[in-house]
Design a protein around this ligand. Structure first.
Ligand SMILES: *Cc1c(COP(=O)(O)O)cnc(C)c1O
Length: 366
């Protein structure tokens, strides 16, 4: 049954969404209770949409404890567009090259894209450990004149997560939090900018959240195309051109779910800790029969990348779990193996079923 497959969606992205959000979305596609017409036909110039954006911003501010020094923009183009617009807006002749932590697939993509715009420096490279560990950000040797330091808080493909680490305080810190945003409380004051697309933890694809400190916005050079200038989206309250109304609607429902059903980011974090501890525990109990890609101190609570050490066994495991209605467990094409993504909406019951499947598979096949 489709509802069961929804519950067992371990996809790396677009990820699982809460059942209550899917139900409200289903109804809103037919008729949005507040307006009497389908959410898909709602004008972005309507009062309803203007107050929706306002609510989404307020909910994010409240969940994160975000100070008034930050602006919020809901943008399009995914996190990949942010890779390009960040150096366009915030680097330039007045600063030394921006520094990039190259710790896995997505930070490599971010660095390569930024390089096309502006000369960048690689502050740390995880290539020697095959991207299985992360650096201590406070120990990096960063030029204090650097435009900023960019890193990816959770490497989605390799399953590496920085956690609540301190960064260097002498340069602005910019983080791509696409795959762990709103999964735990964060000390937002440490950052000059945080961005995250919706499709892993916040909603469907189509919208990307950018939190930008006002002091950073003062750097934006004149003459950028308006659509690539953060100030445009902030001044127009994320309504410069037709925004992704539907994606912002679902994101708002998810923010209400986090507040009302989960009880905030502290509770979300506790649930996510239990989920990931259960999976890592089940895998570790198999000893040498399984290899977890990330070294222990950097293991992600969102994405668990592992392998049974043999492509055929990995494929057999994916088939085995598929027969139990579990989906989305194939590893990323760049790494292979298996990846279980445990985003906010993946339930503890679903994780318990996956742990059970891991044990049963090991007994039957290894
Ligand atoms: C998935 C992912 C991306 C890619 O985002 P798009 O919205 O597809 O451009 C970027 N960064 C991280 C950390 C990701 O997990």
């Amino acid at each position: 049954m489709t509802t069961r497959r929804n519950e067992f969606n371990f996809s790396g992205g677009p990820g699982a969404l809460p059942a209550s959000v899917l139900l409200q979305t289903q109804r809103a596609i037919e008729t949005l209770p507040e307006t009497g017409i389908s959410v898909l036909g709602m004008s972005h110039r309507s009062e309803w949409f203007v107050s929706l954006v306002e609510e989404a911003s307020q909910n994010l501010r409240a969940l994160l404890g975000l100070s008034d020094e930050y602006e919020i923009a809901f943008m399009q183009g995914g996190s990949s567009l942010q890779f390009a617009t960040i150096p366009m807006n915030f680097a330039g002749q007045a600063w030394a090259p921006p520094q990039y932590v190259s710790s896995g697939y997505w930070s490599r993509r971010a660095t390569a894209e930024a390089q096309r715009v502006y000369r960048c420096a690689v502050a740390w490279d995880g290539v020697h450990s095959r991207y299985s560990e992360l650096p201590d950000l406070t120990k990096l040797d960063i030029d204090p004149r650097a435009a900023y330091l960019h890193y990816v808080s959770n490497e989605t493909v390799e399953g590496l997560q920085f956690g609540a680490q301190e960064g260097p305080s002498n340069v602005p810190l910019i983080a791509d939090m696409s795959s762990d945003f709103l999964s735990a409380p964060i000390d937002t004051d440490r950052y000059s900018m945080i961005y995250a697309h919706a499709q892993k933890n916040l909603g469907p694809s189509g919208v990307t959240v950018a939190l930008v400190k006002r002091s950073l916005l003062e750097r934006v050079p004149d003459g950028l195309p308006a659509i690539l200038d953060y100030r445009t989206h902030i001044e127009h309250r994320s309504n410069y051109n037709t925004p992704p109304v539907f994606a912002i609607y679902v994101l708002t429902l998810v923010s209400r779910w986090l507040r009302d059903e989960i009880g905030g980011l502290q509770s979300m974090c506790a649930i996510n800790e239990r989920k990931s501890a259960a999976i890592y525990g089940a895998l570790e109990s198999l000893g040498d029969a399984v290899r977890i890609h990330a070294k222990a101190p950097w293991r992600s609570r969102m994405n668990v990348a592992f392998s049974f050490g043999d492509e055929r066994l990995d494929r057999a495991f994916i088939e085995f779990t598929g027969e139990r209605q579990m989906t989305g467990l194939e590893g990323h094409r760049s790494l292979g193996g298996v990846r279980a993504s445990l985003y906010n909406a993946v339930t503890e019951q679903a994780v318990a079923s996956l742990c059970e499947a891991i044990r049963e598979f090991a007994l039957a096949r290894i």
